[in-house]
Design a protein around this ligand. Structure first.
Ligand code: PLP
Length: 396
């Protein structure tokens, strides 16, 4: 029966990681996958995570199943992180959260919820976007369309095109936004642009959905939620997929959340009952450990403050690498203007390197970059910066 099966193509990003791991060259550099690395090139467990785990280990009494939606403490902590501790929509009980296996799991639940409950609507996704978005929404049988987002000439947001494209959407369609640190461009809308987008969604009756995978990596934990909160102030309904893989360094614990905001408390409960029935048939109930760690940290004043410092440290190191990258390229004789890299947010930027240049970097210099030219700045360190920039200078 299996004879007729043909091999699936390797995942463009995770496949690159496999290639990197298999490369015997010791000077290899990986700017492919979006994993934070410290100055030593490692992805350590956060100190606050270790402390929270010690507390949990001492207190744990059972490994029994969680409920389908996970723990209420986690749900509330996620909501407060997204919308602020005193958010009125929390007080009004217009919001419900389901613990999910990673941001991807949350997106998959969202996709299924949209397909089953909202019907044959189109999901509008920025061009470019995270490589998995079309796959996740497509897997639920949803039609996806793209809206223009990036202007390669000026290396900035192409906001006129964004608005023009989204103006084509039909009432009831879903628009996916990146909460902050847009992946792969590193370019986020300004607050004024968020206002314009919210107004458009309201006028055209579009449902906004936020993919929020990097809260804290742009300007700060609170600051990065501005776009989402601008929407929450105006929209009666919205959806959020949170990931805590990056900002808690909990990549392999698979910790995320699907949050639904409805027009009123009753509607929130009814809609959420459908979310639970979706989770039940996909994974039944969520993994406990990562979410317990996040809850412990967010609900403990001391750990929370320490975690914010750890996030700031990651954010600042990436920003420092952005500045150093631009300066070192200049030092290596590169005349092309790369200053846009300094102005962008989060782990990623579009370097402007083309496929041939990316291939040469891999073959000749053991420098791994995704084919689109997206670079993960988090893979840069002070010690790999010079060989990295020399390699790029050689292929430009
Ligand atoms: N959304 C975006 C924009 C991402 O960049 C990622 C991870 O790279 C995810 C979602 C998925 O997060 P997780 O690893 O928690 O599934």
């Amino acid at each position: 029966m299996f004879e007729k099966i043909i091999a699936a193509p390797a995942d463009p990003i995770l496949g690159l990681t496999d290639e990197f791991k298999a490369d015997p060259r010791t000077h290899k550099i990986n700017l492919g996958v979006g994993i934070y690395k410290n100055e030593a090139g490692n992805t350590p467990v956060l100190a606050t995570v270790k402390k929270a785990e010690a507390i949990l280990l001492a207190q744990e009494t059972t490994k029994s199943y969680l409920s389908i939606q996970g723990t209420p403490e986690y749900g509330l902590a996620v909501q407060q992180l997204l919308f602020g501790a005193d958010a009125t929509l929390i007080a009004e009980k217009r919001i419900q959260t389901a613990q999910a296996p990673g941001g991807t799991g949350a997106l998959r639940v969202a996709a299924e919820f949209i397909k089953r409950q909202l019907g044959d609507v189109t999901v509008w996704i920025s061009n470019p976007t995270w490589a998995n978005h079309h796959g996740v929404f497509g897997a639920a049988g949803l039609e996806t369309k793209t809206y223009g987002y990036y202007n390669a000439q000026v290396k900035d947001i192409d906001f006129d095109t964004t608005i023009a494209d989204l103006s084509q959407a039909n009432a009831g369609d879903v628009v996916l936004f990146h909460g902050c640190c847009h992946n792969p461009t590193g370019i986020d809308p300004t607050n004024q642009q968020w206002q314009t987008l919210a107004k458009l969604c309201l006028e055209k009756n579009l449902l906004p959905m936020f993919d929020f995978a990097y809260q804290g990596f742009a300007q700060g934990v609170e600051e990065d939620a501005q776009g989402l909160r601008i929407f929450a102030d105006q929209m009666p309904e919205l959806l959020v997929a949170s990931s805590f893989s990056k900002n808690f360094g909990l990549y392999n614990e698979r910790v995320g959340a699907f949050t639904l905001v409805a027009n009123n408390a009753e509607q929130a409960i009814i809609s959420f009952s459908q979310v639970k029935s979706i989770a039940r048939v996909i994974y039944s109930n969520p993994p406990a450990h990562g979410a317990a760690v996040v809850t412990q940290i967010l609900n403990d004043t001391v750990l929370r403050a320490e975690w914010e410092l750890e996030v700031a440290e990651m954010r600042d190191r990436i920003q420092e690498m952005r500045v150093l990258f631009v300066a070192t390229l200049k030092q290596c004789g590169v005349n092309t203007d790369f200053s846009f890299i300094e102005r962008q947010n989060g782990m990623f930027s579009f370097s402007g390197l083309n496929k041939d240049q990316v291939n040469r970097l891999k073959d000749e210099f053991a420098i791994y970059i995704v084919g689109s030219g997206r670079i993960s700045v988090a893979g840069m360190t002070k010690s790999n910066m010079l060989p990295l920039c020399k390699g790029i200078a050689a292929v430009l």
